[in-house]
Design a protein around this ligand. Structure first.
Ligand code: ZN
Length: 463
């Protein structure tokens, strides 16, 4: 069999790996690559004919893994897309949101030039998303699924996001049994709502993510301690408001559940909480629908206290008027809103009205890419531009990495160490900055593993 890494090679986004058997081509993930300014055009250029792919295997719903599927379908892919049931539901939500982002980009560039469409053409439209969703075939975790006469796929839970999986293939090639696993994104242990990543069976080859290679999560405090300290400081000691920019899918549910636990234990006074993101409300419904997949602690909480994503002092804010009305709420409150990096979304309104408020704290719980407003606030810019106005930053800026959905350096090394180094022939590192990959490669070499930084477009023959 042959492996070609076509995306997430020495970078984080655009996961796309081609596994070629004798008469069968499997594409593992088909994510958007948005590292460069020319990303819209680049994502349209597949290095293979989409119609030649027999099947797609999708590890999880995040857009850097799923976001280019509708383009693949639009350009001729006719096969099935195999994933878990929550991944199918969450992907539909995220892909439809991508269409809106494309159309907004186009609309913005059309301003004042009614008859001249100068904005970038959307990569795909809603109808392409619906055609993509029609191809989803849901497979349960840990149940081997026969792809064809020579290959079997098993999804192993990887934590990280509801429905996320590592994809393990066993392949019979001319009477010889081989196996290869694609880690997908690996989550952390003890993450709110989600189960821990499970260990993989022994394999011959492993394509492994390396996002946090060389980086370590702060383990001095727990999520609950950070939330208690921050909320007390921001909303109890002084009557202020706490704004938490959060991705609508995954982070928001983890945050809501963590706050729910603190309120029900009496560790925080019942301060008003607004979740101001329609997408978060939809995603929460998907978490409820697949409730049997949340971790045992959350299930136990549900049995004891009821819905872990709802409580009396929580409002899911649906329409824009209700969102705008939050600025007239004068009691201390917590506002959870998207987008996480502060680029677009309702969070911009909240920042516009609160960035100059001494009684406002902004708590960052996720990564902010360079050139985003989130990044500028985190590096301490005293003045930022929001809605074309320069505003001085008087709000308090805080950050925690405890809500990160990724395994850190030690977790990744331990994930690989579950394999026998004398049986595992080769590891291909993907999905990380080059510096992270080098550090992870070094650590794995010390553990006697043969780890290689996968090069984009290079075909590896796996005997
Ligand atoms: Zn992910």
């Amino acid at each position: 069999m042959k492996l070609t890494v076509w995306g997430a090679a020495q970078q984080v986004t655009g996961s796309m790996h081609l596994l070629e058997l004798e008469n069968y081509k499997i594409l593992i993930d088909c994510g958007l690559d948005y590292e460069r300014n020319t990303w819209l055009e680049e994502n349209e250029q597949f290095p293979f004919l989409p119609s030649e792919i027999d099947v797609v295997v999708l590890t999880h719903a995040h857009i850097d893994h799923s976001g280019n599927l509708p383009t693949l379908v639009r350009m001729g892919f006719e096969g099935q897309i195999l994933c878990t049931a929550p991944t199918a539901d969450l992907s539909e939500l995220l892909l439809l949101d991508s269409v809106n982002i494309f159309l907004n980009k186009q609309r913005k560039s059309r301003k004042g030039k009614r008859n001249h469409i100068t904005g970038p053409r959307p990569l795909y439209l809603q109808k392409h998303v619906m055609e993509t969703v029609d191809r989803f075939v849901c497979i349960a975790f840990n149940k081997p699924f026969k792809l064809n006469g020579e290959a079997t796929l098993t999804f192993v839970p990887s934590g990280h996001l509801l429905g996320a999986a590592s994809a393990v293939f066993t392949i019979n090639e001319q009477g010889k049994q081989k196996s290869i696993a694609f880690s997908g994104d690996i989550g952390r242990k003890n993450y709110p709502v989600l189960n821990d990543p499970e260990s993989l069976p022994q394999v011959d080859y492993l394509v492994c993510e390396s996002t946090y290679g060389g980086r370590f999560h702060n383990k001095e405090k727990t999520i609950e301690q950070v939330l208690v300290d921050t909320v007390n400081e921001a909303c109890v000691k002084s009557p202020g408001r706490l704004i938490i920019p959060a991705f609508s899918i995954g982070r928001t549910q983890a945050l809501v559940y963590s706050l729910n636990k603190l309120f029900s234990k009496g560790l925080l006074p019942r301060i008003k909480v607004f979740v101001d993101s329609p997408m978060a409300a939809y995603a929460t419904e998907i978490f409820r629908k697949h409730h049997h997949l949340v971790n045992e602690e959350a299930q136990e909480f549900y049995r004891r206290e009821g819905d872990e994503f709802d409580f009396e002092n929580l409002d899911y804010v649906a329409d824009m008027n209700a969102s705008k009305a939050i600025s007239n709420y004068f009691e201390p409150c917590i506002i959870i809103s998207s987008a996480g990096m502060l680029e677009g979304g309702r969070i911009q309104d909240h920042l516009y009205y609160n960035i100059q408020n001494y009684y406002c704290t902004i708590l960052f719980i996720g990564y902010c890419a360079k050139n985003t407003l989130g990044h500028r606030l985190l590096r301490g810019d005293p003045i930022v531009t929001i809605r074309h106005r320069e505003l001085s930053v008087y709000a308090t800026i805080k950050q925690t990495d405890l809500f990160s959905g990724h395994a850190d350096h030690n977790d990744l090394v331990n994930f690989v160490k579950q394999q026998d180094s004398s049986t595992l022939k080769q590891i291909f590192l993907v999905h990380g900055e080059e510096s992270s990959m080098i550090k992870l490669q070094e650590a794995l070499s010390e553990e006697k593993f043969n780890a290689e930084i996968a090069l984009k477009g290079k075909t590896y023959i796996l005997n």
